[in-house]
Design a protein around this ligand. Structure first.
Ligand code: TPP
Ligand code: MG
Length: 352
């Protein structure tokens, strides 16, 4: 397999061909299909919304408006945006606690997400769930889960329901490199392969599980091969390049919809911020983070393409930036001024 510039710049090359079946090819660098103007502009907007939203959430956290945990998605935007660009209405998304980007990409309201972070009644869980617990049946988003790996089993259940109902929907279950070492992941793989369930397992390999690097914690760090024992194909994808993600998603979704069962996409990505807001990040160097930001930033890649191809001028990009900032500012204003839930809400939405 060709070693590509973008893959090696991350210090990680997509693994050489192995016993793992691949869909067709690894998705990175040279073999990545180009986007047209509309797709690049769309990807730029969507990724920028997530970036600015997360930056604002970080600020509100620092100001004391957000309690509890808050895990930012900054750096990983291309993964969820590229996937979403390929999905069709009805496909479900489920993920872990680093979830605000997934919600926004699914079309959930920035006001609703931000107000949930600040615990206000206009939040998507009426201010009672917080950062890790938001859902939208309408947008087919099934959370937001704090228990590492839990969403993999739940996502497999969603895929089982799709198969049972014989609809055309695919369940997209995201989890981290750390979660990939969890036992229930493999129980889920077994069932999904046995019953040929329509599910894409997405390993967001951002190189760290809290403060533990993949090198320290994992025996097989090519996560795309984790399904070999179950006959589940897998591919590695340059998760910093939204075009590579979209191309892999197109093939993976077609694979699932044609009844071939589950597939694994390992997204090679990187988180710029700490694990959560209380992470001193002593386990990696500032230079490592800076290198990724300056060489592979997913948003800068699209921005540069738009300018180089003459698809947008600096002024047009500034107008998009302002538009996004206005949306995010509006969500933050709402999230600071909306009332807290009434005390009577303590007794509603509870299952005993
Ligand atoms: C069952 C369980 N074990 C441990 C934890 C504590 N914990 C929270 S996040 C995390 C690391 C997960 O890392 P990864 O899956 O790589 O996701 P990332 O944070 O990088 O997105 C751990 C161990 C937990 N929440 N649930
Ligand atoms: Mg991780």
């Amino acid at each position: 397999m060709a070693q590509t510039k973008s893959a090696s710049a991350s210090g990680r090359k997509p693994a050489a061909k192995s016993a793992s079946k691949t869909v067709s090819k690894e998705f990175s660098g040279k073999n990545t299909p180009e986007f047209g103007k509309d797709d690049d502009l769309h990807a730029y907007r969507e990724m920028l919304l997530i970036r600015r939203f997360e930056e604002k959430a970080g600020q509100l956290y620092g100001m004391g408006f957000i309690g509890g945990f808050c895990h930012l998605y900054i750096g990983q935007e291309a993964v969820v945006v590229g996937m979403q660009m390929a999905q069709q209405e009805g496909d479900q998304v489920i993920t872990a606690y680093r979830d605000h980007g997934h919600m926004l990409a699914c079309g959930m309201s920035p006001r609703g997400v931000m107000a949930e972070l600040t615990g206000r009644q206009g939040g998507l869980s009426k201010g009672k769930g917080g950062s890790m617990h938001m859902f939208s049946k309408e947008k087919h988003f099934y959370g937001g889960h704090g228990i590492v790996g839990a969403q993999v089993s739940l996502g497999t259940g969603l895929a089982f329901a799709n198969a049972y109902r014989n609809n055309d929907s695919v369940s997209v279950a995201y989890f981290g490199d750390g979660a990939a070492n969890q036992g229930q992941v493999y129980e889920s793989f077994n069932m999904a392969a046995l019953w040929k369930l329509p599910i894409i397992y997405i390993v967001e390999n951002n190189r760290y599980a809290m403060g533990t690097s993949t090198a320290r914690a994992t025996a097989q760090s090519n996560y795309s091969m984790r399904g070999v024992g179950f006959g589940i194909p897998g591919v590695q994808v340059d998760g910093m390049d939204v075009r590579a993600v979209k191309a892999a998603a197109d093939e993976a979704l077609a694979h699932c919809r044609s009844g071939k069962g589950p597939i694994i996409l390992e997204m090679l990505t990187y988180r710029y911020r700490g694990h959560s807001m209380s992470d001193p990040a002593k386990y990696r160097s500032k230079e490592e983070v800076q290198k990724m930001r300056s060489e592979q930033d997913p948003i800068e890649q699209v921005r540069n393409r738009l300018l180089e191809k003459g698809w947008a001028s600096e002024d047009e990009l500034k107008a998009i930036d302002k538009d996004i900032r206005d949306i995010v500012t509006d969500s933050a204003d709402f999230a600071q001024n909306d009332p807290e839930p009434d005390a009577s809400e303590l007794y509603t939405d509870i299952l005993l």
